[in-house]
Each structure stands twice: as structure tokens, then as C-alpha cells.
Design a protein around this ligand. Structure first.
Ligand SMILES: [Zn+2]
Ligand SMILES: [Zn+2]
Length: 124
């Protein structure tokens, strides 16, 4: 039997006008739902995840879209075996933080990105 695993389920991007003015108009904001579930397979995770989503199912129905199309299921487990989910009681790593090795990788990528940027900004 497959073990239970933790997944991040992410909806496609949604767009909605944020009504900041009195007539209900405002800037268009983009957002997505992201939830964590415990499941044995990605397919099962998607079914559970879509049920938990706050905005996406209504949004999809309004547009006559299949609420499962475009939904992504990603394992919350990083390559170093730590879980980056936000499921309460998941013992792998506290506070939904990155594992130290992942953090290092991210920092390196970020530094590289910054280096590339500064090269591009250079007019010469
Ligand atoms: Zn977890
Ligand atoms: Zn990691």
C-alpha cells in the first residue's frame, strides 16, 4: 500500500476586480488558491484539495470550467526529505519554513539572479 504523503494543491490563476472605489471598481488582482492535503496519490490529493479551496471551485463553476482542470499537485517533500507543507502536526519541519539545504539553494539562485540582473543593467 502506498504511504500517505503531503501535497500542495495549487489552483490556476484567478482574476478579480478589487472593489476599492465606491462604485465597486478597482484594480484587477490575480490570485490563486493553495492548500495542503494528505493523500496517497496526486489524483487523490487533487480531489481533496479542490474541495478545500476557498475561491477556485466557485470561480471555475462561474466560467463553466471543470474545477479539476489546471489544478496542480506538487509533493510537499523536498529533495532532502523534509516536508514543506502547512498541515498541523506534520513533524518534518516547523513553521512552514524551508529546510536548510533548500534555503541555501534558494539563496544561491537568488544571488545568481541578482548577478545576471546587474550584468543586464550595465549599459556597456
Ligand atoms: Zn507535511
Ligand atoms: Zn530541502
Amino acid at each position: 500500500m502506498t504511504e500517505l504523503a503531503h501535497f500542495w494543491i495549487v489552483s490556476p490563476m484567478m482574476e478579480e476586480v478589487e472593489p476599492v472605489l465606491e462604485d465597486g471598481s478597482g484594480p484587477l488582482v490575480q490570485f490563486a488558491d493553495a492548500v495542503c492535503v494528505e493523500a496517497r496519490t496526486k489524483r487523490e490529493a487533487k480531489v481533496l484539495g479542490v474541495k478545500l479551496m476557498e475561491h477556485w471551485p466557485t470561480y471555475a463553476r462561474r466560467d463553466d470550467r471543470n474545477p479539476f482542470s489546471g489544478v496542480k499537485a506538487e509533493s510537499a517533500l523536498c529533495p532532502h526529505g523534509l516536508c514543506h507543507c502547512d498541515i498541523e502536526g506534520c513533524s518534518n519541519y516547523p513553521e512552514n519554513d524551508l529546510c536548510p539545504e533548500c534555503r541555501e539553494e534558494h539563496d544561491r539562485e537568488f544571488e545568481k539572479l541578482m548577478e545576471d540582473r546587474s550584468l543586464m543593467d550595465d549599459p556597456e
